[in-house]
Design a protein around this ligand. Structure first.
Ligand SMILES: Nc1ncnc2c1ncn2[C@@H]1O[C@H](COP(=O)(O)OP(=O)(O)OP(=O)(O)O)[C@@H](O)[C@H]1O
Ligand SMILES: [Mg+2]
Length: 260
């Protein structure tokens, strides 16, 4: 097996050309995501988080720098990864199981070889018995669970998540965080997770990459040295609070967070 990081960013920049002139979204972004690591990207709105995620997936061209996955430069759409967006984007006319199997069809893989895995994945996120429901029969949290299963069905080593729980209510969000931790601990995949939430990033991550306002640069990288599996109560500990405060202080220094 190859050594070195799974996902690597080296001086990555992005300048969008818009009708109002160039928009400098990312500037010299450099960091690695290791094998089996859970890394969060945290930063203010508009700092380029979604841009970086799309560039990693090869869905958007970069303006400069290098991105590699397993040592190979990303030069076009990548197949060995799964993506989950803020909204689950399910096909309304397809049942839950068929939404998950969509990836298999698009990749022209054999349906019979993945059906069992789809059922197991759905069961692992509490959706046993819902395989034949339509998306409109599910809650927001259940729909997002289906989207996570769809991203994992082809068993990719890397999962990219862009604020996957942003549209959910607070209680469902807590449950999803616990479910994601469990899924990650069991599968040992690499997760690159974009969020606005400091507690969510600290709770889930091995490392949190904090970005500056636009043009997004890596401001600081925090290693979260808290035992796993983490329980929700860990947020009440002084160690957790210290990580959250250190990150909050960065945003306060930037004026992104202001006390009134
Ligand atoms: N297609 C585009 N054309 C021009 N500018 C763009 C385009 N897409 C994004 N931008 C700009 O690039 C910057 C970064 O956008 P991006 O969506 O990556 O931010 P973000 O960190 O994901 O924000 P949020 O937290 O609100 O989702 C923003 O200023 C945005 O307006
Ligand atoms: Mg975004």
């Amino acid at each position: 097996m190859a050594s070195g990081p799974h996902l690597s960013f080296d001086r990555v920049s992005k300048i969008y050309q818009s009708a109002d002139g160039p928009v400098h979204a990312l500037d010299g972004v450099t960091f690695d995501v290791g094998r089996r690591e859970f890394v969060s990207l945290l930063g203010p709105s508009g700092c380029g988080k979604s841009t970086l995620l799309l560039i990693s997936a090869g869905l958007l061209p970069k303006s400069g720098g290098t991105i590699t996955i397993e040592g190979k430069p990303v030069q076009g759409p990548q197949t060995q990864l799964g993506i989950v967006f803020q909204s689950p984007v399910l096909l309304d006319w397809r049942r839950v199981l068929d939404n998950v199997m969509l990836q298999i069809e698009v990749r022209r893989l054999r349906r019979d070889q993945y059906q069992k895995r789809a059922e197991q994945l759905l069961a692992s996120v509490g959706l046993e018995g819902f395989e034949h429901k339509y998306p409109f029969e599910l809650s927001g949290g259940m729909r997002q669970r289906v989207a996570i299963c769809r991203a994992l069905i082809h068993d990719p080593p890397l999962l990219l998540m862009d604020e996957p729980f942003g549209a959910l209510d607070a209680l469902t969000r807590e449950q999803m965080i616990l479910d994601l931790q469990k899924l990650w601990l069991e599968s040992q995949k690499v997760v690159f997770f974009v969020t606005h939430s400091i507690p969510e990033a600290v709770f889930l991550s091995d490392r949190v990459v904090v970005m500056s306002p636009r043009p997004g640069k890596v401001e600081e990288i925090f290693t979260i040295d808290l035992p796993r599996p983490r329980h929700l109560d860990i947020r009440e500990t002084k160690e957790f609070a210290a990580y959250a405060k250190a990150i909050r202080d960065i945003f306060q220094a930037y004026g992104v967070l202001k006390d009134v």
